[in-house]
Design a protein around this ligand. Structure first.
Ligand SMILES: Nc1ncnc2c1ncn2[C@@H]1O[C@H](COP(=O)(O)OP(=O)(O)OP(=O)(O)O)[C@@H](O)[C@H]1O
Length: 248
C-alpha cells in the first residue's frame, strides 16, 4: 500500500501541489488524470525522490519513505518513462537487464540475459531483438522494451508516465492492454499518469483527478462516467467549455 499525506510543493511563488492526499491499495491500479501543467509529473517526482516536497509524507507498507530508506523503496519498484527513455548505447537486453547488471539486484551476466529474454517474450518480443539497439526499433517496440525493463526485477510497484505518448491509437491500445494484463498477473500496485482517456479506461481500477494542486475527485473507473463533478466531466469528454480554463 502506498499512502501520500499532506504533500505540498511550490516552485517560487507557484504552488503546484497544495495538499495532496492519496492511498493506493496493494494490487490496485490507480490512474492520475489532469490537464497539462497541473502537477502530475511533480507528484511522481516527489514519490521517486527526484523532487523534495515542502511538506507531507509518503509511506510504503506503512513505512515512511525517507532519504535513508529511499534506496530500499526504489529497489521495490519499476518505472516506464514517457518515450520509453532507453539507453541508446546499450543493446535491448542490456536495457531490460539494467538493474540486474548493477546495484543490489546484480546477477551473473548470463542469468541477467536469460531474465531479459524472458521479459521480452512477455511483452511480445522474440530473442532476435535482444542484441539490437534501441535506434533499430519502432516506437511501439521501444515501449515494449521499456515495459520489459520496468518489470525486469519483479517490482511490487510500477509507475507509468504517459505510457501511450507518441503511439498511434492501435499501438496505444495494444500497450494499454499489455500493461493491464502484466500488472494483474504480477499482482503489482500500479500508478499511471496520463491524459489519454483510452489508457484510463484500459488500465485503471481507480482514478484520481489532480486540479489546482489538490486531488479534486477520486473514485473507481465506473464512477468516473456517472459523477456529476463538472471538472471530471469536462476532462473525460474533452470539452473546451467548462470550469477548467485552458490557454487558447
Ligand atoms: N523544476 C521545476 N522548477 C520550476 N517549476 C516547475 C518545475 N517542475 C515543474 N514545474 C512547474 O510545475 C507545474 C506542473 O508541472 P508538471 O510537469 O508536473 O505538469 P503535468 O501535469 O505533468 O503536465 P503535462 O501533462 O503537460 O506533462 C508547471 O507549471 C511547471 O512549470
Amino acid at each position: 500500500m502506498i499512502e501520500i499525506e499532506g504533500l505540498r510543493k511550490s516552485f517560487g511563488s507557484k504552488q503546484v501541489l497544495r495538499d495532496v492526499n492519496l492511498t493506493v491499495k496493494r494490487g490496485e491500479s490507480l490512474v492520475v488524470i489532469g490537464g497539462s501543467g497541473t502537477g502530475k509529473s511533480v507528484l511522481l517526482k516527489c514519490i521517486l525522490g527526484l523532487v523534495t516536497p515542502d511538506a507531507g509524507e509518503i509511506r510504503l507498507e506503512g513505512q515512511p519513505v525517507t532519504e535513508a530508506t529511499r534506496e530500499d523503496f526504489l529497489a521495490r519498484f519499476g518505472m516506464l518513462f514517457q518515450g520509453a527513455a532507453l539507453f541508446d548505447s546499450l543493446s535491448v537486453w542490456q536495457n531490460v537487464a539494467f538493474r540486474l547488471l548493477r546495484g543490489p539486484a546484480k546477477r551473473p551476466k548470463a542469468e541477467a540475459r536469460a531474465i531479459a529474454i524472458d521479459k521480452l517474450k512477455r511483452v511480445g518480443l522474440g530473442p532476435e531483438v535482444a542484441d539490437l539497439f534501441p535506434a533499430e526499433l519502432s516506437g511501439g517496440m521501444q515501449k515494449r522494451v521499456g515495459l520489459a525493463r520496468a518489470i525486469a526485477a519483479d517490482p511490487q510497484v510500477i509507475f507509468f508516465d504517459e505510457p501511450t505518448t507518441g503511439l498511434d491509437p492501435i499501438m496505444a491500445g495494444v500497450i494499454n492492454d499489455l500493461i493491464r494484463s502484466i500488472v494483474s498477473e504480477m499482482g503489482a500496485t500500479a500508478i499511471t499518469i496520463t491524459h489519454d482517456m483510452s489508457s484510463v479506461r484500459a488500465i485503471a481500477d481507480s482514478v484520481a483527478m489532480l486540479h489546482e494542486g489538490v486531488l479534486r475527485w477520486q473514485g473507481n473507473v465506473a464512477e468516473m462516467d456517472t459523477t456529476s463533478d463538472p471538472y471530471v466531466q469536462q476532462f473525460i469528454h474533452g470539452r473546451a467549455e467548462g470550469p477548467i480554463t485552458a490557454l487558447r
